[in-house]
Design a protein around this ligand. Sequence first.
Ligand code: SF4
Length: 70
Amino acid sequence: MSTLRILVDRGRCTGIGICESLDPDRFEVDDDGSLVVHDDTVADADREATIAAVESCPARALTLVGASAE
Ligand code: SF4
């Protein structure tokens, strides 16, 4: 299976935190509203929650891209 990687457009992110609520192991919004991505590599096992978070971002700040096999 392929690995996906998360890209964040920080110019779009407004720190609302919907991504954090859907995939809290991966996304965290700091006290100052900055998004922290704990791991930008998405394995198959946790793909479902991450895809839901990416698709639910109202600012469309998150993108999943294919990552080359390592
Ligand atoms: S849901 Fe989107 S806008 Fe909100 S913190 Fe996450 S990436 Fe930023």
